[in-house]
Design a protein around this ligand. Structure first.
Ligand code: ATP
Ligand code: MG
Length: 559
């Protein structure tokens, strides 16, 4: 299994390191999610990259939960993350780690920095800290607590740990340079007081390490060689390096790459959480969500997601990948693997008046024209069938070649039929039913006299069909970049009001009785579909449309 493209700048760095014999020629990466939400397609990019590199260099990749923030983290998220990484096809073996397992060690490192005169306890309030920090153009001011004695710092830090002070009263910060052009280096916070219950360490701690402190040290403790992260952390790298240099411990190389942005959706966990909490979607696994669990429920395969991540590659600049690229990855796969079946989503009944009442015959249909080895199946045909409402027009416009009064069309794999009557509701005038005749000589879909018809439509036999609900999906957000909002508008205002359409009365050919959640089908002319793993019941099957048949790529390129 290859998960990453042939060359990328990260592999070039690793190759150079290996040439120099750095890290005893080990390659050891990690995927470090914060358990404060479900994983999304952006995380998949990072997972494929980190596990893919480890795989390619015969190295190791750790799964590490970056759980240093007690307020937002939950066990539910830990479980979902493990399930999703596994489902994507990656194995962390016994290397499941938690930053919270290192709390003792991290505390010791903080004490060591204090002893080296490289960290101090500061009593400034949050507002004061901001004032003292300075700006991009102006240097900051040193805190009046910056030159506390070593003993006083050790004593105060110890008392912070014992719970003697309130949240916000004091914090530990690095002693670096208040005039540094990089604002992150202006004496950043290392530890803060938080009187919250942690999902793993419960109430054992009331001080928690800041992300920048915990992250580089967790990498170091685990012997990570290449710490791959997204571009936003480029400015944090000097701090990452500074902490490890002061402590003189194993020093992983941080390497940044551009995060994935996908069009017509959001990938920030804060925003995804809001969509769930405010019930804009049915949950983290709503099939419209860009989460791994949402894509899985929608019908995406792990392989299609891995292929997508490989295709988009890694780069050093941010961009938005069009969601069509993701849709094409599943389309390409399912075109080769999915069984073709017939289903009618918006039914219009036809009675074939010259077909014997009570008779059923089995007609042969091809399972996948792309793959002969998938064979054929039998589809029942009878006097009453359903076709799609929009395959009939009473007054056909010029380019409409399907069924119309007096016109002959082909029923796929069955017969030529001709429409003889249109039955309407007396009150509303709505079309309720059609009457047609069939030509028995055209069985199988070809006329022995060589006459042609312009339209071929799909159908299902009314008495044999499975009644089902089908759900059609559209993008969650109408704008290509929902984060780019107009003045006075929030990203949430850009929600697509038509992202979900439920069709309650659809009719499927009877072979779908055997459908299982893992199976994916092409409903001819309509797209790719699968059973909904959450809402489908044997008595009331529910199918999701994974993706439509035609890609809209050309339309987009032309624009
Ligand atoms: P958010 O900013 O939405 O809260 P995050 O980056 O904080 O997301 P983490 O759980 O910390 O989420 O992410 C775990 C790993 O996945 C990190 O290494 C991060 O760089 C990577 N990652 C997160 N989002 C993306 C993305 N959109 N594209 C690529 N990698 C990502
Ligand atoms: Mg993060």
């Amino acid at each position: 299994m290859e998960h990453i493209n042939k060359t990328n700048f990260i592999k070039e760095i690793i190759d150079k390191d290996l040439k120099k014999g750095k890290n005893q020629n080990r390659v050891h990466t990690r995927f470090p999610p914060e358990p404060n939400g479900y994983l999304h397609i952006g995380h998949a990019k990072s997972i494929c990259l980190n596990f893919g590199i480890a795989h390619e260099y015969k190295g190791l990749c750790n799964l590490r939960f970056d759980d240093t923030n007690p307020e937002k983290e939950e066990t539910e998220y830990v479980d979902s993350i493990k399930e999703d990484v596994k489902w994507l096809g990656f194995d962390w073996g016994k290397r499941e780690f938690y930053a919270s397992d290192y709390f003792d060690k991290l505390y010791e490192y903080a004490v060591e920095l204090i002893k080296k005169g490289k960290a101090y306890v500061c009593d400034l309030t949050a507002v004061q800290v901001r004032e003292y920090r300075g700006t991009l153009t102006q240097p900051g001011k040193e805190s009046p607590y910056r030159n506390r004695s070593l003993e006083e710092n050790l004593d105060l830090f110890h008392r912070m740990k014992s719970g003697e002070f309130n949240e916000g009263a004091r914090f530990l910060r690095a002693k670096i340079d208040m005039a540094s052009p990089n604002l992150i280096m202006r004496d950043p916070a290392l530890y803060r007081i938080r009187k919250e219950t942690h999902h793993r360490t419960a109430d054992e701690w009331c001080i928690y390490p800041m992300y920048d402190f915990a992250h580089c040290l967790s990498d170091s403790i685990e012997g990570i060689t290449h710490s791959i992260c997204t571009l936003e952390f480029e400015n944090n790298r000097p701090l990452y390096d500074w902490i490890l240099d002061q402590l003189e411990i194993h020093h992983p190389q941080q390497i940044e790459f551009a995060r994935l942005n996908l069009s017509n959706t959001v990938l920030s966990k804060r925003k995804l959480l809001e969509l769930v909490k405010e019930r804009y979607v049915s949950g983290w696994d709503d099939p419209r969500m860009p989460t791994i669990s949402g894509l899985r429920r929608r019908g995406y395969t792990a392989e299609s997601i891995r292929n997508f991540c490989k295709d988009i590659g890694v780069a050093k600049f941010n961009s938005i990948v069009d969601v069509v690229v993701l849709e094409n990855s599943i389309r390409n796969e399912l075109n080769k693997t999915a069984m073709r079946v017939m289903a009618v989503l918006r039914p219009l009944k036809i009675v074939i008046t010259n077909y014997p009442e009570g008779q059923t015959e089995e007609l042969s249909a091809i399972n996948n024209p792309e793959d002969e080895s998938m064979g054929t199946r039998k589809v029942p045909f009878s006097r009453e069938i359903y076709i799609e409402q929009d395959d009939f027009q009473e007054n056909p416009h010029k380019k409409f070649f399907r069924l119309a009064p007096g016109r002959e069309v082909r029923l796929r794999y069955a017969y030529f039929i001709t429409c003889t009557d249109v039955i309407k509701d007396e009150k509303t005038g709505a079309i309720t039913e059609l009457r047609c005749t069939h030509d028995p000589a055209t069985k199988g879909g070809d006329a022995p006299d060589g006459r042609k018809v312009k339209g071929t439509i799909h159908w299902v036999s009314a008495k044999d069909a499975i009644k089902s609900e089908v759900r059609l999906y559209d993008h969650l957000f109408t704008k290509r970049d929902p984060n780019d909002t107009e003045e006075g508008k929030a990203y949430i205002d850009g929600l697509n009001p038509n992202s979900l359409e439920k069709l309650p009365e659809c009719y499927l050919e009877p072979s779908l009785k055997k459908a299982v959640v893992e199976a994916r089908y092409q409903f001819e002319r309509l797209g790719y579909f699968c059973l909904d793993s959450r809402d489908s019941k044997e008595s009331n099957p529910v199918f999701n449309r994974i993706v439509s048949l035609r890609d809209t790529w050309k339309k987009i390129v032309k624009k």
